[in-house]
Design a protein around this ligand. Structure first.
Ligand code: KG4
Ligand code: ZN
Length: 348
């Protein structure tokens, strides 16, 4: 079944986003409002503030993308919203608005699993010629998620391994905080690392060389914390901070490459390794993964950064993929703060 234009809504964490795609996946309009400024004073996302910000901004953002696309709501073929996993307040706001539009216009509503939206991004037209064919491997590395997933079809995903403690982005954020950098720490740490020596400190590479593709970052974080402590409170000079940042970043990049290498061996059917999540924006991480993939004859697909971080284009696209299969969800669908990618067969 083909689809006409679809509106996508993302509100699972701290990005308020809306996008309209035509039935073929061409982006007609997209907008993302980051709430970073509202959460930064607290050093992390405050769920209540996030929910209120989504409530304040989402209706206007949806109107703006519809105007930009030059469409009335009646011209849509469906409305898709992230319905989990994520912060429940934001999920309720986004999926509630999507359901309201669906009721008013008599349209199908698609409750999108946010992780599946990241997973299916690689199939957006224009990224891989002809669209990424199933199956492929997904490495999702964000602030809240760190996992290797075998993507076998729409609604068909197998988690091959994941973090046993922190997510990779969380590790970046915590180490950045130790170095006195503002939240969110990943981008700031990457900038600082440019002038640092990645070989000065030999931080542990957690899990390196172990079978499987689980991750662990707490030991690495502790090692960095001890090193910072050795310099004494407030006594970390600029060069030492840059060297620590560069050495930490290299340890993460090598660890991710090692784990992804094992995941590729566990899922040899995959000829593509797709990366998603905010940490996939990191240059050192991309380079290490590029090398690991090339060593196994696998092609790395690194979507542009705006499609790696949270956005609504991926949500609309996941909606289109499901609508094409004739799948939509009841309006009574309750958003799910926890919704693992492989715990359920996601076909309704
Ligand atoms: O995917 P994302 O935008 O949001 C979710 O967590 O869902 O990822 C944000 C995470 C943060 O932890 C942030 O510090 C990290 O991705 N991040 C980076 C970079 N850009 C964002 N980490 C390392 N290097 C970057 N350039
Ligand atoms: Zn995400």
């Amino acid at each position: 079944m083909s689809s006409g234009p679809v509106l996508g809504i993302e509100s699972s964490c701290d990005e308020t986003a809306a996008a309209v795609l035509d039935g073929g996946g061409r982006v007609l309009a997209e907008a993302v409002l980051s709430q970073t400024g509202e959460h930064a004073p607290y050093g992390g996302v405050v769920p209540e503030i996030a929910a209120r910000a989504h409530l304040a901004h989402l209706p206007g953002l949806v109107r703006a993308v519809m105007d930009q696309a030059g469409l009335d709501f009646a011209a849509l073929s469906g409305v898709a919203a992230s319905a989990g996993p994520g912060l429940i307040g934001g999920l309720i706001v986004g999926s509630g608005l999507a359901k309201g539009i669906a009721i008013a216009q008599g349209l199908p509503f698609v409750a999108v699993n946010h992780l599946e939206a990241h997973a299916l991004t690689a199939r957006l037209p224009g990224l891989v010629t002809g669209g990424a064919p199933f199956p492929y491997l997904l490495l999702l590395v964000s602030g809240g998620h760190c996992q290797c997933v075998a993507v076998e079809g729409v609604g068909r995903h197998r988690r091959l391994g994941g973090t046993v403690d922190d997510a990779a982005g969380e590790a970046f954020d915590k180490v950045a905080k130790l170095l006195g950098l503002p939240w969110p720490g990943g981008p700031a740490l990457e900038r600082l690392a440019v002038s640092g020596d990645p070989a000065r400190y030999s931080f542990p590479r957690p899990m390196l060389g172990r079978p499987g593709c689980d991750f662990s970052f707490s030991g690495l974080k502790t090692a960095v914390s001890l090193e910072v402590g050795r310099h004494g409170a407030g006594a970390l000079d600029g060069q030492a901070a840059a060297d620590i940042a560069a050495s930490f970043q290299r340890a993460v990049a090598e660890t991710l490459a090692d784990r992804a290498g094992n995941a590729m061996a566990m899922f040899p059917e995959a000829k593509l390794l797709v990366i998603a999540g905010g940490v996939a924006a990191n240059g050192a991480v991309r380079a290490a993964l590029e090398e690991a993939a090339a060593a196994r004859g696998v092609r790395l697909v690194a979507p542009p950064v705006r499609l790696c971080t949270d956005n609504a284009v991926m949500v609309a696209w996941a909606g289109i993929e499901r609508l094409r299969l004739g799948w939509s969800d009841p309006l009574g669908f309750a958003p799910r703060p926890r919704w693992p990618l492989d715990a359920v067969d996601m076909r309704p």
